[in-house]
Write a protein that binds this ligand. Structure first.
Ligand SMILES: Cc1ncc(COP(=O)(O)O)c(C=O)c1O
Length: 432
């Protein structure tokens, strides 16, 4: 997810009592947020194109979300789901059933993306009676032990934590940038590799699920081609393997679709969501058909906080905002504006090897125009210039840290996108 820390906590006075394990994208101390902007304790305003890592879908402190949280906080802060059921659980599940792809109509609630991806795999194991799971190179499914084993976007996440849980088998993602392959050839190769994996390492009878981010997140904002998604579905159907779509980062309108997987017409068996679902309140969900959920033995999974009433209120309010007339069209329009501006910059600066990504899940990739090698140094320099000179906050992505990802709040305006483009343009010129 990151690069070297920019702050050495041991040099900060007074001494910090925070664990230094968090890498930091910036050293800013923020006091408040509103829409696409955060304000520091010194009163400086920054345009936040990170959305707190693709979370604040409706922007910081959207009034509808804040009002729902405030109202709910006065009724119930914690209504533990095993002890009793509160009155927002069923409405949220019913609303998600309306929004999710066909057949995904039954939901389990958790607190974070990692918890939800692990839960989805537990469900798949219980439902199939099989032990293994297939992931794709460049994947990021979280930082708990199984999720870490399923994460292949960077060795930094895994190093020092091995041995990781077994039963996780990485297959090929159909990358084109930097490989010289056409999309068709990349998809053919990736599907052939998946079949090979099932013949050589994890037999279908031992494979519970294939888990894929329909748009790779930490791996560099690579959308999975439709033919790849359809091919995975076909292979899963042939062998009774479940297809888990991890839409933790790409779900909830981020791509201009409520869920990216739906645009390909492919139906996952299990859908995992978090991040943008509640504009920043920690809640996550695992969705599947009622029939599949029935196969999860009662009591074999759970959690103290899952389905927290304030989280449900924040999610329902977020959904109200995201499903307002024209909201997702605006996401598409702002995404197009952003990609068009970045493409113009790419024409002027050949170090930008690719501009990609649906909706407001946009990325530019930096590669040496002569050698084709990833250029992480230029990527970091552009991000730093945007922050220091233009007060625009950006993050990197990708195995080599040579991708800048643009994941602004989905409410970003035309003028704000123009500010982002000006900042990146200035940074490209200054770091050339
Ligand atoms: C696709 C995807 N899955 C899972 C996770 C893990 O989510 P969390 O950090 O909430 O555990 C992330 C986080 O970046 C993600 O992008």
């Amino acid at each position: 997810m990151g690069s070297e820390p920019i702050v050495d906590p041991s040099t900060v006075t007074p001494r910090s009592h925070l664990a230094p394990v968090w890498f930091q994208v910036t050293d800013l101390q923020v006091a408040s947020g509103e829409g696409c902007w955060v304000t520091t304790v010194d009163g400086d305003r920054y345009l936040d194109v990170t959305s707190g890592i693709a979370v604040t879908s409706t922007g910081h402190c959207h009034p509808t979300v804040v009002a729902a949280i405030a109202e709910q906080a006065q009724r119930f802060v914690h209504a533990q789901v095993n002890c009793y059921r509160h009155d927002l659980l069923e409405p949220l599940a019913a609303r998600l059933a309306e929004l999710a792809p066909a057949d995904i109509d039954t939901f389990f609630f958790a607190n974070s993306g990692a918890e939800a991806t692990e839960g989805a795999v537990k469900l798949a194991k219980q439902a199939t009676g099989r032990p293994n799971v297939i992931v794709f190179q460049g994947s990021f499914h979280g930082r708990t032990h199984l999720a870490m084993a399923m994460t292949t976007s960077k060795t930094g996440y895994r190093a020092g934590h091995t041995p990781l849980p077994s039963g996780v088998f990485p297959s090929t993602f159909p990358h084109t940038v930097g490989t010289g392959l056409t999309e068709n050839d990349a998809v053919d190769r990736a599907l052939a590799d998946l079949r090979f994996l099932l013949a050589s390492q994890t037999a279908p009878a031992e494979t519970a699920a294939v888990i894929l981010e329909p748009v790779l997140g930490e791996g560099g904002y690579h959308p999975a081609p439709d033919r790849f998604l359809r091919g995975i579905r076909e292979i899963c159907d042939e062998h009774g393997i479940l297809f888990i779509a991890d839409e933790v980062q790409c779900g909830f309108g981020r791509t201009g679709h409520m869920f990216y997987v739906e645009r390909s017409g492919v139906r996952p068996d299990i859908l995992v969501m978090a991040k943008g679902i509640a504009s920043g309140f920690p809640i996550a969900a695992i969705g599947a058909s009622a029939e599949l959920m029935q196969r999860w033995p009662v009591g074999s999974h759970g959690g103290t906080y899952g389905g927290n009433p304030i989280g449900c209120a924040a999610a329902l309010a977020t959904i109200e905002v995201l499903t307002a007339d024209g909201f997702l069209d605006a996401v598409d329009a702002r995404g197009e504006q952003l990609r068009a501006g970045l493409s113009t910059l790419a024409d002027a600066h050949p170090v930008i090897a690719d501009v990609r990504g649906p909706g407001l899940m946009v990325a530019i990739e930096f590669r040496d125009p002569v050698t084709g090698e990833p250029d992480a140094a230029r990527t970091a320099a552009v991000i730093a210039h945007c922050r220091e000179q233009s007060r625009v906050l950006l993050m990197n992505a990708g195995t080599w840290g040579n991708v800048i990802r643009f994941m602004p709040p989905l409410v970003i305006s035309e003028d704000e996108v123009a500010l982002v483009l000006d900042a990146v343009g200035a940074a490209m010129a200054a770091t050339a």
